[in-house]
Ligand binder design. Structure first.
Ligand code: NAD
Length: 486
């Protein structure tokens, strides 16, 4: 990391009302997960900073929403252009702070741009409705108005993509924003704001940045100046956000965790299913909300599947995420401990290791938060690893005997974000799509949502949803105007 940038991250990490400001809250170290080296300490925003950012956003909101929407679309397109021109800087920071392999970091920066461009293209398409009045000389307009000030609270696993997933629809629809990155990975977000500040010339207060962890997040959620909280993160944090937002009846959109089942039916094409699930479990070292967290394979093919899956997992290249590898380290000591505990509990519950099993061997892995891609067989359906989100590269494989059983096991989870199904049979696919209680179902393919679709969890995976038309409209509210003209 260049020292100039490092000093900025340290000295003036907040962007409020169009200028960079120092922060006087607790300093939180950002650590390179590959080496455990401290990259920089980023000071947190205080509650006064949060208040200042929200006030700036509120002041700016009326003029911003009065701009023709096409101009707001142009701003988003310009931001995407700047990110494209500076993609290497952003990618390097994502690799350094998340530990995500370079090719996947490049994918994330492209994904971020796609959110900006897709939402910008709604600039000529956002429509209201005109209704006839009940009495003569009256017409009723239903207008799509902005919500006001949107607080965007982001996780560490896709820091830039999730930021853009939120700010793009929020800004296009006339809201102003205060964003907070995860304290674990704030650098790519600060850099993104630095690029926006240097090249775009957004009106002051339209887009603000505060730093810190739970305390900063709580201050944002509790403030009566906040109109909507768009939150992505852990289920338990989401529940706290919802409870705190209730005090002011602030609206929330919560994108939370998952425990995606991957059902491999007996007629599945294993040439498709095996690589798809390997990718869906190991992208970003398993730290993806849509990751295939439990694999349910028909008992007629479970041995063949497991043999091929283990073979493919052993071929995964684990190493320095700057290089050509498939799996980097986990993001933090906390994630490593969580994954290690999940494995230990699974073994206590009777599971058998078929590949991997903890920290990889060798001096290259002595420091850093490394965890070998691990496959478990003979896993009990009620084992903890089948229930709680692992968020690490561990695949439990369970044999199933019927589709009903697979659906029942899948639906027994408190989560309901995504599910995978591998089958060539039309009726099996249609029955599963109907019966699976998940917001996003991938059939005969790996993970990866489209910016124009809809990303939303059922049950404890969230409330609301992002992307596409329905995600965009969530940042609006309908205002009704009765025009009596005669
Ligand atoms: P987290 O809940 O620990 O933190 C998320 C954000 O919330 C961070 O910015 C954090 O500082 C902030 N925060 C923490 N406590 C807060 C509080 N009390 N009030 C307000 N803000 C608070 O989650 P994480 O560990 O950063 O992310 C991993 C989780 O996110 C996983 O469960 C994963 O499945 C989920 N996730 C979901 C999606 C999705 O789209 N559904 C996408 C990515 C990640």
């Amino acid at each position: 990391m260049q020292s100039v940038a490092a000093s900025q991250y340290q000295e003036s990490p907040q962007y409020i009302d169009g200028s960079w400001r120092s922060a006087a809250g607790p300093v939180i170290d950002v650590v390179n997960p590959s080496t455990e080296d401290r990259l920089v300490g980023v000071p947190s925003s205080t509650s006064a900073d949060v208040e200042a950012a929200l006030r700036a956003a509120r002041r700016a909101q009326r003029a911003w929403s009065a701009l023709p929407i096409m101009q707001r679309g142009d701003y988003l397109r310009s931001i995407a252009d700047v990110f494209a021109a500076n993609h290497e800087t952003l990618e390097r920071l994502i690799v350094t702070e998340v530990g995500k392999p370079a090719a996947q970091a490049a994918g994330e920066v492209a994904f971020a741009q796609a959110f900006l461009r897709y939402n910008a293209d709604w600039d000529r398409r956002l429509e209201g409705e005109i209704l006839p009045g009940d009495v003569p000389g009256e017409v009723i307009h239903l207008l799509r108005s902005p919500v006001g000030v949107v607080v965007a609270i982001c996780p560490w696993n896709y820091p830039l993509a999730v930021l853009c997933r939120k700010i793009a629809p929020a800004l296009l629809t006339g809201n102003t924003v205060v964003a907070k990155p995860s304290e674990v990975t704030p650098l790519s977000t600060i850099e993104a704001f630095r690029l926006i500040d240097a090249h775009i010339g957004l009106p002051p207060g339209v887009l603000n940045l505060v730093t810190g962890g739970a305390e900063t997040g709580r201050a944002l959620v509790r403030s009566p100046l906040t109109s909507m909280v768009s939150f992505t993160g852990h289920r338990d944090t989401g529940k706290q956000v919802m409870a705190e937002a209730a005090a002011n009846l602030t609206r929330v959109s919560l994108e939370l965790g998952g425990k995606a089942p991957a059902i491999v039916w007996k007629d599945a094409d294993l040439d498709i299913a095996v690589p798809a699930i390997v990718e869906a479990r190991h992208t970003n070292a398993g730290q993806v909300c849509t990751s295939a967290e439990r694999v349910l394979v028909h008992r007629d093919i479970v041995d063949a599947f497991t043999t091929r899956y283990v073979h493919a997992v052993r071929l995964l290249r684990v190493g320095d995420p700057m290089g050509s590898v498939d799996v980097g380290p986990l993001v933090s000591a906390a994630q490593l401990e969580k994954t290690t505990t999940a494995l230990e509990q699974a073994l206590d519950d009777g599971a058998v290791v078929a590949a991997g099993g903890g920290r990889p061997q060798g001096s290259a892995y002595a420091r850093g938060y490394w965890f070998s891609p691990t496959v478990l067989r003979d896993v009990r359906v009620d084992a903890r690893i089948m229930v709680e989100e692992t968020f690490g590269p561990v695949t439990p494989i369970v044999a199933i005997g019927s589709l009903d059983e697979a659906v029942e096991i899948s639906n027994s989870s408190r989560y309901g974000l995504s599910a995978y199904l591998f089958s060539r049979d039309y009726a099996t696919v249609m029955r599963s799509v109907n019966d699976l209680q998940f917001g996003e179902i991938y059939i005969n393919r790996t993970l990866g949502e489209s910016v124009h679709a809809h990303h939303a969890g059922m049950k404890e995976s969230g409330i609301g949803g992002e992307d596409g038309k329905w995600g965009l409209l969530r940042y609006t509210q309908i205002k009704t105007a009765y025009h009596h003209y005669g």
